[in-house]
Design a protein around this ligand. Structure first.
Ligand code: DGY
Length: 332
């Protein structure tokens, strides 16, 4: 008898077919996001779960399902998983790093540019028939080339954004991160390490690429926004909750900073309604990794992880991208 797994959200048919080669699969073709109680009900008797950021895996859920051996996230961010709780119960947790780095960096750059050059705001103006003449100061924004790019969180995606800024657009790159990069990587990226206050004060365009945790909750709030230049832009492609969205909406409304680009929101898919009432913000629905090729790569990597974690395929017992590898049995 094949082991049972639950695929919590709709996914590519061929990825489901790969999983069915090894497992008895319960899936969710209607793609409804379940409540925690519904998720728990669907995990009855399942030894593996293919999940996304919408599914929360916590101690209570794990205690209700001691048969669960692997939770495999189709996302690089894993703030939806209580990793210490998984580790304490011997449950392997995996994510999908690397395969989305360049795609997500492309989007971060695009959102930053759209924000600085007021692309969404001017398009809305045109669509509502408000364009009657050319004017010298119509939708003037700020330059990207030659400006100072600030990166908060210098992991893989932060580095890919820094590379685009320095090498593609001649930007001066400054960054802040929990740990400083080694000198060779800094030189390669042409990036200088600064403290967080300096980053906020100096950046013309600040991009957030740090993971969400209790330590990064509201890392950008009223006090931080007050340090930024009135001409600066802020782009968040990391996670909702890193920015205090109410404080940001207020700062945008009073012109404390020039504009913001947001792909992620506190409590998404709900939005703070104040963000809908300010014109100088570009809003997108958490799509930074959304190209067909990258979403396919993410789904296949999550499937590879689940197949290997449950002891099948060429990597049996060695999922390619574990988060808590200490749970895995040491190789002989
Ligand atoms: C990720 O991979 O973390 C993206 O934000 C999609 O959830």
């Amino acid at each position: 008898m094949k082991p049972k797994i639950y695929v919590a959200r709709a996914v590519f048919d061929d990825v489901l077919a790969r999983l069915r080669e090894h497992f008895e699969v319960s899936d969710n073709p209607s793609d409804q996001v379940g409540t925690p109680a519904e998720l728990s009900a669907r995990l009855q008797g399942q030894v593996g779960a293919f999940i996304t950021g919408s599914e929360r895996i916590d101690a209570e859920l794990l205690d209700a399902h001691p048969q669960l051996k692997a939770v495999c996230n189709m996302a690089v961010g894993y703030n939806n998983i209580d990793v210490p709780a998984c580790t304490a119960r011997g449950v392997i947790a995996t994510n999908t790093p690397d395969v989305l780095t360049e795609t997500t960096a492309d989007f971060g750059f695009a959102l930053m540019m759209a924000t600085a050059r007021r692309i969404a705001e001017s398009e809305h103006f045109l669509r509502r028939g408000a364009w009657t003449k050319w004017s010298y100061d119509m939708f003037t924004g700020s330059d990207i080339h030659g400006a100072t790019l600030g990166v908060l969180g210098m992991g893989r995606i932060g580095q890919a954004i820094a590379r685009r800024g320095a090498l593609g657009f001649g930007m001066k790159v400054i960054y802040h991160n929990r740990s400083r990069l080694d000198a060779a990587t800094e030189a390669d990226l042409k990036a200088s390490y600064v403290d967080k206050d300096m980053l906020l004060r100096e950046a013309d365009h600040l991009v957030l690429v740090l993971p969400y945790s209790s330590a990064s909750h509201h890392a950008i709030g009223a006090a931080e926004l007050a340090l930024m230049k009135p001409t600066a832009t802020l782009t968040n492609i990391a996670r909702g909750g890193i920015v205090d969205d109410a404080a940001l909406a207020a700062a945008l409304a009073r012109g404390q900073i020039a504009a913001a680009g947001l792909d992620v929101f506190e409590g998404e898919p709900a939005l703070n309604p104040a963000l809908l009432n300010v014109p100088n913000v570009v809003l997108t629905p958490h799509i930074a990794s959304a190209t067909v090729a990258t979403r396919r790569a993410m789904a296949n990597l999550a499937a590879d992880n689940l197949i290997a974690a449950l002891g099948f395929g060429p990597n049996a017992g060695r999922p390619p991208t574990p988060i808590n590898s200490e749970v895995l049995k040491p190789t002989a």
